[in-house]
Ligand binder design. Structure first.
Ligand code: ZN
Length: 380
């Protein structure tokens, strides 16, 4: 089936897509509420069971919410390694948000907690599979991994995602689009904490006996800021500083927390090395640096560019002018890019207001984006 065929099919099922989105949104899924997340995982597993999935696994977790992995084995004569599709089902919204922002569909716009980031993307992904299964008997194996902890760093799902990415030929991420554009690069992120230990003394009676950790940290902060390089997109933010006890005490300790964002692995290495190379300015001071890269950058490699060009060409057949954009924030796509697999991100919902009260999704774009994903899956 060509992309127009998929679009016809999905437009016919738009109301069902919306009903699924309502069901997914009504099940609230804050990243830290295991009971709610596990209930959603069970619901999703049952849903995939009705979608002819070859296998559906709930990946149990002790503290975090369970994750779900679904697999559709390829149909002959399609061969090759699977395509990995990623969707997280946790949201940044606490339980009970539905009372303040109820699910609603009005004037072609859906509202509700987590609809844009990224339950509509998940619905589109499942309907793209439905369309693919209904229309084509020739497609690659598809693995859909739905994790419960993306909004808090994917600590417990990272290994699962990297393992599945290593098996795959390409990764499609159902994170929201950027004003309709796909995300062909994403900055990576690192966090560091810096602890300075000095020596306390009375600031009036015996100032020479003390060594101020606060003064030392104040000396270090500009050195950290200097590591930024706007021309490379590298930012360094000293977001937290703390230290000392009272104004008349030479401070014995001080602490800083630093966030770095980088576009390339080379910049990540340069900045990390710069932070680790910090040394105390005099004897009697101790410096402890902890932390590192939490998400590697997603770089626009030739593999990424090739996927984007393919998506752009398919989209043009349904009069969709598909653009690309660079995103400042990271996603699980960053982990996949770091293991060397081409990633196309931002294939999810069109709308806006991620993590904000005006979060919304454009209804008409749901079948279009789902059709694009179905066609992309068929053409790998
Ligand atoms: Zn997201």
């Amino acid at each position: 089936m060509d992309i127009r065929g998929y679009l016809d099919y999905l437009k016919k099922h738009e109301q069902e897509m919306l009903r699924d989105l309502e069901a997914f949104t009504t099940l609230e899924t804050p990243s830290t509420e295991k009971k709610l997340l596990d209930a959603f995982a069970d619901y999703l597993a049952r849903y995939a069971g009705g979608l002819e999935a070859t296998s559906v696994d709930i990946i149990p977790q002790t503290v975090a919410g369970n994750h779900v992995r679904m697999h559709w084995a390829h149909s002959a004569p399609a061969t090759g390694r699977p395509i990995l599709v990623l969707a997280h089902f946790d949201t940044v919204w606490p339980a009970g948000t539905l009372k303040e922002i109820p699910f609603s569909v009005r004037d072609g716009v859906v509202r509700g907690p987590g609809v844009f980031d990224m339950k509509a993307g998940l619905v589109q992904g499942l309907w793209a599979l439905r369309a693919l299964l209904s229309g084509s008997r020739q497609y690659r194996s598809v693995t859909l991994v739905c994790n419960s902890d993306e909004e808090i760093g994917s600590e417990t799902s990272r290994a699962l995602i990297e393992d599945e990415a290593r098996k795959a030929d390409a990764v499609f991420v159902l994170e929201p689009s950027l004003a309709g554009a796909l995300k062909t690069s994403r900055k990576g992120q690192g966090t560091f904490s810096i602890d300075v230990q000095g020596r306390a003394a009375h600031a009036g009676l015996d100032p020479d006996a003390g060594i101020s950790a606060v003064h030392e940290l104040a000396r270090i902060v500009p050195e950290l800021v200097e590591l930024a390089d706007p021309s490379q997109g590298t930012t360094v933010n000293v977001g937290v500083i703390a230290g000392g006890t009272r104004s008349n005490v030479v401070a014995a300790s001080a602490h800083a927390e630093v966030d770095i964002r980088i576009r390339t692995a080379a910049e990540a290495d340069r900045v990390s090395a710069g932070i680790r190379a910090l040394r105390p300015s005099r004897a009697g001071l101790r410096l402890h640096v902890a932390g590192g890269l939490t998400r590697p950058p997603l770089e626009r490699t030739t593999g990424v560019a090739r996927l984007y060009e393919q998506a752009r060409s398919l989209a043009s057949e349904i009069d969709l002018d598909l653009r690309e954009a660079a995103a400042g924030g990271a996603s699980d796509g960053n982990f996949c890019a770091a293991v060397g697999i081409p990633v196309l991100d931002g294939l999810g919902a069109v709308g806006g207001g991620a993590h904000a009260p005006d979060e919304h999704v454009i209804v008409d774009e749901m079948p279009r984006r789902a059709a694009l994903l179905a066609a992309l899956l068929e053409h790998q």
